[in-house]
Design a protein around this ligand. Structure first.
Ligand SMILES: [Zn+2]
Length: 241
């Protein structure tokens, strides 16, 4: 189900069992964009179907927040131009070489290229993971890109953080909304989940500068800027001991 959170912004529900993240839709007077491609072709199609039910047009672009499977494996199903940072693209290129037979999947868990949590959610989402096709993006930026959607700006900023090095946030200043991807979450890929003092400080500094009221995270309830800053401050204080 899509929820309208401001005059021009809609979000879908996240799902926990198969780790489907919340996706976003921003509607300008010229263009509309989709935030993240979903974790599978089925997830991407569900999002498009629900747009149609709300009489919203098919998005003109899709922006990828970061490389994690649940945000990008739906891309192969979308025939609209896709946008991501060069760091995200590098990971997409790497994953596009991955094989999806059980032995290759197991080997990636041993090498640390993939983690148990993703592996088990992939097996819930896909009846046969062999059908996974990782597609690369079409439009690549380094640190910053602004799209004029028509009466609405869509600023994409790659920000240093702990969750995934390539992560970008999407800021819509006119609506005071930010899409976080999962950027406020810890690092799950290198050992036990954790933040670093450097990562959390850089992230908090970047968020502090942006004037937003509503923050959309892929896997949490919609929260305010203050709620996230308080949350991150607690995590930061724990690191200082
Ligand atoms: Zn993630």
């Amino acid at each position: 189900m899509h929820h309208q959170i401001t005059a021009s912004i809609y979000i879908s529900d996240n799902e926990e069992l198969n780790d489907r993240p919340r996706l976003g839709y921003i509607k300008g007077s010229k263009y509309s964009v989709m935030i993240d491609a979903g974790n599978s072709p089925a997830h991407a199609q569900l999002f498009l179907d629900e747009l149609k039910m709300k009489d919203l047009k098919t998005p003109d672009f899709v922006i990828l927040t970061h490389w994690h499977w649940d945000h990008v494996y739906g891309l192969s199903h979308l025939d609209i131009p896709s946008i991501c940072s060069a760091k995200t693209q590098a990971k997409l290129i790497e994953m596009s070489q991955w094989q999806w037979d059980p032995i290759s999947m197991e080997a990636r868990l041993i090498s640390g290229e993939d983690i148990e949590f993703c592996d088990s959610c992939i097996k819930v989402e896909y009846e046969d993971p062999k059908h996974i096709q990782v597609k690369t993006a079409d439009i690549i930026f380094d640190k910053f890109l602004n799209i004029d959607l028509g009466d609405l700006n869509c600023l994409i900023l790659r920000v240093d953080n702990d969750h995934a090095e390539d992560s970008s946030i999407i800021f819509i200043p006119e609506e005071k909304v930010i899409f976080l991807g999962d950027i406020t979450s810890p690092n799950y890929h290198k050992g036990p989940e954790h933040y670093t003092l450097d990562g959390i400080t850089k992230l908090m500094d970047a968020l502090e500068e942006l004037k937003f009221d509503i923050a959309v995270h892929g896997h949490t309830e919609v929260m305010s800027k203050q709620e996230w800053m308080d949350f991150l401050q607690i995590e930061k204080d724990k690191l200082k001991g």
